[in-house]
Design a protein around this ligand. Structure first.
Ligand SMILES: [Zn+2]
Length: 472
């Protein structure tokens, strides 16, 4: 009998604000420990929190992009627990009245095709600090630069049925939030983190006991970790053992999931409304203004690429995958390149640089200038690809590089006639066969002229001259 896997994800995203959730300290990344702190985020007595309006706006925009209903009145609550990197002894979060609820996103399941994943809620909260175990030998150091950093926690329903679906959901949510301008969503920089809940059951049975998997530092590792946990739970159940509710961490090096010491799983957080913060009240007009200002989201953009720009489904889907790639494509088109040609270049030459280095080798305006040289016949497509390779690492104009490399096509009739005459003189046998009716030989002559011109002759200009000379 088969097992069914049930997965739900909690994604923590850091809204792209300059300052923290409840104080004016900067959210900058990589500063010296404990330099971006103040009485509020240090939790000193008497310090009062003030919500960051931009964090509230970005949280709202993100929730709207995820199809959520925005609550006009939400409440900040204290989540009480003890941890060395939590100076106040509680985290300000939202509990029974979160900012947003009841959303959904469409994802492309590798097994089931397009499916809808429900978003249970999106709430705002603050991050804790960081315990550093490698800084001082034998001791734990605490860095509170991150304490108070805004976070939007996005909780999905238990709607995913495979690790591949979890990855597809993550990819879709990340895409939406980047397009909506909510967050940079970088796992490396800590602006996106994922915790996963997984259980298995016989199809049709009630939900099995779930475990929580943490410490997954890439989307690929989320998929690997969930696969490992699914295998672990199924093996336990098949041995007749019961799955117990534990928190596990993923070790990317070994590919294994290991239970953590039992943490705050069974904790009672004693949530209560934060007496220092009044309810967060948003007017319907303000919420509607945020909805109206939403930028074009990935699904709409893909449809536009197919319908208005005439791209194939594959090209449209590939271009929108990475927001930076889509932006690069848009800039290339804006600089005057026909969309289909721009798509070919962006997904071809430009994309290989992106894949290798994570950024594009040349600005879209320079790519456009190069592509336009092909369009107006100044250089051949072949030559353009050579020029492209030369453009990285300098600021030269594509035309200047074409001149330097001698790749500008020669359309001067005198020069073309000269090469044609040389080719005809050098191949009397082929000329005789051509004159005897072997019309296909024209291709041979064009090739010879190109060779003689070292690729510089404009092929479109050669043929009429050849035909005329061969008819003499
Ligand atoms: Zn502060």
């Amino acid at each position: 009998m088969t097992w069914e896997t049930v997965i739900g994800l909690e994604i923590h995203v850091q809204p792209a604000t300059r300052s923290k959730m409840f104080c004016g300290c900067p959210t900058s990344y990589g500063d010296a420990p404990n330099t971006n702190v103040c009485p509020v985020c240090l939790g000193l007595p008497g310090a009062l929190p003030v919500p960051n309006a931009e964090a509230v706006r970005l949280g709202t925009v993100g929730a709207l992009a995820l199809g959520c209903h925005i609550r006009e009145r939400s409440v900040f609550a204290r989540k009480n627990y003890f941890y060395p990197d939590l100076p106040k002894g509680y985290q300000i979060s939202q509990f029974d009245k979160p900012l947003a609820e009841h959303g959904s996103v469409m994802i492309e399941s590798p097994e089931r095709g397009p499916i809808e994943i429900s978003i249970t809620r999106l709430h705002l909260e603050e991050d804790a600090g960081k315990s550093l175990h490698d800084r001082i030998p034998g001791q734990t150091a605490v860095d509170l630069n991150r304490a108070g950093t805004p976070l939007a926690e996005i909780v999905s329903g238990p709607d995913m049925r495979s690790p591949g679906e979890a990855r597809a959901y993550l990819t879709t949510v990340r895409q939406l939030l980047i397009y909506a301008g909510v967050s940079e969503c970088s796992m490396e920089k800590g602006s996106l983190r994922v915790d996963a809940n997984l259980s298995v059951r016989r199809p049709g049975d009630p939900l099995g006991t779930k475990t929580e998997v943490k410490n997954m530092n890439s989307f690929a590792n989320v998929e690997r970790a969930l696969e490992a946990e699914r295998v672990r739970q199924i093996a336990m159940l098949e041995r007749g053992e019961a799955v117990t509710q534990v928190t596990l961490t993923f070790n990317a090096a070994t590919g294994e999931v290991k239970p953590l010491r039992t943490k705050e799983d069974s904790h009672d957080y004693r949530y209560f409304p934060d007496p220092d913060l009044p309810p967060l009240v948003l007017t319907p007009a303000w919420i509607e203004a945020q909805r109206a200002a939403l930028p074009e989201l990935p699904a709409a953009r893909k449809a536009r690429y197919q319908e208005a720009l005439g791209l194939s489904e594959y090209d449209a889907r590939t271009l929108i995958q990475e927001p930076a790639v889509s932006a690069y494509f848009e800039a290339t088109v804006a600089a005057g390149v026909d969309p289909k040609t721009a798509s070919n270049w962006v997904l071809g030459e430009a994309m290989s640089g992106w894949n290798d280095h994570g950024h594009f080798a040349i600005a879209p305006e320079r790519l456009a200038a190069l592509v336009l040289l092909v369009a107006d016949g100044t250089v051949s497509l072949q030559a353009a690809k050579r020029i492209f390779a030369e453009l990285a690492g300098n600021d030269d104009a594509p035309r200047a590089v074409a001149d330097r490399l001698g790749l500008v096509q020669v359309r001067d009739t005198g020069a073309l006639e000269g090469w044609v005459a040389e080719v005809i003189a050098a191949h009397p046998g082929e000329v005789a066969r051509y004159k005897g009716g072997d019309a296909k030989l024209i291709g041979f002559f064009v090739g010879q002229v190109m060779k003689r011109s070292q690729g510089k002759a404009d092929p479109k200009g050669i043929q009429p001259i050849l035909t005329a000379k061969l008819a003499e």
